[in-house]
Design a protein around this ligand. Sequence first.
Ligand code: ZN
Ligand code: ZN
Length: 272
Amino acid sequence: MDCGEGVQFQSLRFGLNIQKLDYIFVSHLHGDHVFGLIGLISTLSMWDRRKKLKIYSPHGLKKTIDAQLDYNKAPLNYELDFVELDTTESHKIIDNDHFEVVTVPLEHGIACMGYVVKEKPRPRNLIKEYLHEGMKISHIRTLKRGEDVVDHVGKVIYKNEDFTLPESPIYSYAYLSDTKYLETVVPIIEGVSVLYHEATFLEEHRSRADTTYHSTVMDAAMIAKLAKVDKLIIGHFSSRYESLEKFIEEGERNFEAIELAFDGKKIVLRAQ
Ligand SMILES: [Zn+2]
Ligand SMILES: [Zn+2]
């Protein structure tokens, strides 16, 4: 999600394999969100990427990337597939067996959108050692669906919980950067496991937040509260602040489960 200047360096530093990327989701065309993209695209080609890379963004990104590639005179080894979207409405842009992705209209003085990724429910996990030859395929399918196997008079033959483990938890992630305080996002991101929300300013600079279409940490925390998310991660801090402690202090007034983002931070999600 987004592609700032440091993306290649930090991916190497934290051992992420950029060749595995299938999708890039760009929120808007301000430099701090896209200046790493042309470098990343070129490196992938130099490293002999062959598979297509799909890039979602507001209108205008393809033109800027194509212009840079034209001047480079170094054709790519792989295909770029740009999907440029209207940012005033929410769109479901990916829907496969494993996850779906929905866009979130934002207000930032320039076309801008966030993204929500939701895992799809997975079938229950069968305990293979407990299955035996007397079971029919149809019995196993029934158990996998989470149902008991019953005979023709409705008597339970195999009780589901004896043969399956609870399904793995389903997680969801909403990424909202950059935006002014905007309650219209709430129904779209409601109940996500993790919300990343920009929090550029503290309350003392609220007027600056208003004029630059950014949020304060209390704005971000209020959105987290209204949307009843499990966890809020904040970032995109203005460089004017030497210490970030006050961000947690102010944010906690509206929402307790709040954490600061920094490069390389790992957050482990656990079942509720
Ligand atoms: Zn911006
Ligand atoms: Zn920004």
